[in-house]
Design a protein around this ligand. Structure first.
Ligand code: HEM
Length: 336
């Protein structure tokens, strides 16, 4: 009789143990208030819901570093890893696609009356230096910035982790240090060309006629047409906004809290994507989009016929200024 009793006791004991094992886990999960943050089995999500932030203890003076996760941080991570990538891909690839279609349909805008062989100065050496310094910094800032947004999904699978780390480190140094000449360039651009970039009624007419990009129209313009003024203000305002948000990121927590830092990074990223998209349009017109445009910033001069077709009012104004100068000069230089 003792053997069946012993077997019965073992079965009852095993069932009791099983019940304790099965029932104890769900009870803890259903009662988040009973979370023991130091328990090994507690998961991150549970802690975040319970405490709104996951915080540890530390011994360094920077108490911010004790916070490991906080709810807005997750929103920011989603923005950085998903939303910003979509904004960037749509803006940059969208503009690239439109430019390719436009080029295939319209081709290069030619100098319709052909080249005259006579040239006129459009940008002096100082102006060209400011333009190319800012443009070079912009391209490197754009590539090194895009690496922060897209490098991990696009480049890391193509290279070793060590190579990606080394490239990203150099890209980050470039991004930090070239921000200074870029900012200087934006300030110099503002002062150098502000006089020719105040919007006026001629620009309204220029936009109404599509800038002469379609068909054989040549809407008149002074030194800068409506499209160029738009680019100027995108550079000045976009450049200022990207610099301010960038310096907030580069010098973290100087007068900013975590929320402001996150907003600055989101603003910086979105402005960057739109800025890059806009500059693609500018680079297109300055290179393959329009005959004779590159020389203006390359050599500094343009063909008289190019000037007549695209900046008629500037050419007239320039010619008037020259003849006035000549009229006042002969008496002063009789020997010439
Ligand atoms: C004064 C100029 C600028 C400064 C001070 C600056 C600074 C910074 C800093 C500190 C970061 C954060 C880097 C990190 O998370 O480790 C950043 C990110 C970034 N920057 Fe700039 N930057 C400037 C100009 C530009 C320009 C001109 C562009 C593009 C045209 C650009 C594009 C980006 C992009 C795409 C990111 C990554 C955003 C993200 O994925 O969250 N930046 N910048």
């Amino acid at each position: 009789m003792t053997a069946p009793v012993a077997t019965f006791r073992i079965i009852i004991g095993a069932l009791a143990l099983l019940w304790v094992a099965v029932s104890s886990h769900p009870v803890a999960a259903q009662q988040p208030t009973a979370v023991d943050p130091t328990a090994n089995s507690v998961n991150e999500q549970q802690l975040l819901q319970q405490f709104k932030r996951i915080q540890g203890r530390g011994s360094i003076p920077d108490t911010k570093s004790y916070t490991i996760e906080q709810p807005a941080g997750r929103d920011w991570r989603h923005f950085h890893e998903v939303t910003l990538r979509w904004i960037g891909a749509i803006a940059i690839l969208g503009v690239l696609g439109l430019l390719v279609i436009f080029y295939l349909l319209r081709g290069m805008v030619r100098i319709e009356s052909g080249r005259s062989g006579q040239t006129i100065l459009r940008f002096n050496a100082a102006e060209r230096f400011v333009h190319w310094m800012t443009a070079t910094c912009f391209i490197i800032l754009a590539l090194s910035g895009l690496n922060i947004t897209f490098g991990k999904p696009l480049l890391l699978p193509l290279m070793s982790p060590e190579a990606f780390t080394a490239w990203s480190e150099w890209a980050k140094y470039a991004h930090n240090y070239l921000s200074f000449p870029f900012t200087l360039g934006v300030i110099l651009i503002f002062f150098t060309w502000i006089a020719g970039n105040i919007p006026n009624r001629v620009d309204v007419e220029w936009f109404r006629r599509g800038g002469g990009m379609i068909g054989h129209d040549h809407p008149p313009a002074y030194r800068f047409n409506g499209g160029q003024k738009l680019i100027y203000w995108i550079v000045v305002l976009g450049g200022s906004a990207i610099a301010v948000s960038g310096y907030l990121l580069m010098f973290p927590f100087y007068g900013t809290d975590i929320q402001t830092m996150q907003n600055a990074e989101m603003a910086h990223g979105v402005i960057a994507m739109l800025f890059i998209a806009a500059m693609l349009g500018h680079i297109y017109i300055g290179t393959i989009g329009m005959e004779g445009a590159f020389e203006a910033m390359g050599e500094g001069t343009v063909d008289i016929n190019w000037a007549k077709e695209h900046h008629e009012l500037w050419l007239e104004h320039d010619a008037r200024a020259r003849s006035n100068q000549l009229r006042t000069q002969p008496a002063a230089t009789p020997g010439e």
